[in-house]
Design a binder for this molecule. Structure first.
Ligand code: ADP
Length: 346
């Protein structure tokens, strides 16, 4: 159902020592599977998942999603692909000024769904995640676990075939994380394929699902009933000695020598250049304005804008939350005219 074939992603091919975020990755995930993607921060897990909804584009290789080759999908075709793919993130990315109900409804509004679909599907999604009673709440009135449930409801309200979860329990305590896992299990049991990047050892070990291990842009293991390994927590080995670049590379490189300079050795920090989620009486079903929301500073692929206050939630990783101003993925998407489906113009 999802196939990556010999995929290379190089975000910055023009720097002096380009590094492949994904390095000739081939992998297949069948319909209805729940696969964990583990590995150190920076290993390439998010990149691998982003390829599925064209949140990142392959430098080479091929990606097939639900029998559709999405490798070179035109920008205008991406929104249709994304109706098949729900996405949730570590930092929830809820719209701060909207209620729970409105946050979930937003994912349908941006695809032009009629009001009767909102009235039918939003309560159903909220019921799935156990938040019917919170339909009228504002995001700031929610616990972390509730906020993630809203994000799940938003991601599944359009009944996608695939749910991508990038570190969904990273900001949650173990019990809340386990509760979220149960919600996801229910969704998976209904047939939704789940691809989850995670550092949650307890979750991986408890679920006994397929575990694909990524390290330095490569698939290093793929186990049917895998477990979490200690090395999956370790950062990538930037400090390892690396060979000096070939003389010809040094001579021909004329720009952006910062990667090399960071080591103080004149050699690049890493030369992986192969060169390379029942009716709701209390639900506010009144029409909701879908005019641009100026409180929004960024939009998530699951159909919701990231609110400024949620931007304060920090990833455990070395990097800023996905989609934050500090994380250049959004800039990459925009710069390649590859807008997310529910992007709000400001
Ligand atoms: P993981 O999800 O395993 O932490 P990522 O896929 O986010 O790994 O990142 C893989 C590599 O690609 C890292 O070296 C990261 O710094 C780099 N990277 C990710 N996104 C971008 C981007 N938009 N521009 C440049 N480099 C990026």
């Amino acid at each position: 159902m999802i196939q990556w074939s010999d995929v290379v992603v190089c975000y910055e091919p023009d720097v002096r020592y380009p590094v492949n975020a994904l390095d000739h990755v081939s992998l297949r995930v069948g319909a209805g599977e729940w696969v964990f993607f583990v590995g150190p921060s920076g290993a390439g897990k998010s990149t691998l998942l982003k390829l599925v909804y064209c949140g990142a584009r392959a430098t080479s290789g091929k990606i097939v999603v639900d029998d559709q080759d999405v490798t070179r999908l035109a920008a205008r075709e991406i929104p249709l692909l994304r109706r098949k793919v729900g996405v949730i993130f570590q930092d929830f990315q809820l719209l701060a000024q909207k209620t729970v109900w409105e946050n979930v409804a937003f994912a349908l509004q941006v695809i032009g769904a009629p009001q009767k679909r909102l009235v039918r599907d939003v309560p159903r999604a909220l019921e799935t995640v156990g938040l019917t009673h919170k339909a009228g709440a504002q995001p700031h009135e929610l616990s972390g676990g509730e906020a993630q449930r809203v994000a799940i409801a938003r991601a599944i309200v359009n009944d996608p075939k695939i749910l991508i979860a990038d570190e969904p329990t990273g900001n949650l305590d173990p019990q809340t994380a386990a509760d979220i896992a149960q919600v996801l299990r229910k969704i998976n049991e209904r047939g939704t394929t789940i691809l989850m990047a995670t550092h949650d050892r307890a979750l991986v070990d408890a679920m006994k699902n397929r575990v694909v291990r990524i390290a330095e842009g490569r698939v290093v293991s793929d186990e049917a009933q895998g477990v979490y390994h200690p090395e999956d927590d370790e950062p990538r080995s930037d400090a390892l000695p690396t060979p000096a670049p070939p003389a010809s590379s040094v001579i021909s490189a004329t720009r952006n020598s910062s990667a090399a300079d960071a080591t103080g050795t004149g050699a690049p920090s890493r030369v992986r250049v192969s060169v390379a989620p029942a009716p709701v009486a209390a639900a506010p079903v009144a029409p909701i304005s879908v005019t641009p929301d100026t409180s929004v500073s960024g939009i998530a692929a699951d159909g919701a804008a990231r609110a400024d206050d949620n931007a304060a939630a920090k990833a455990r990783d070395h990097k800023a939350p996905i989609g934050s101003p500090e994380n250049p993925i959004v800039q990459l998407e925009r710069s390649s005219d590859n807008k997310l489906p529910h992007e709000v113009e400001r």
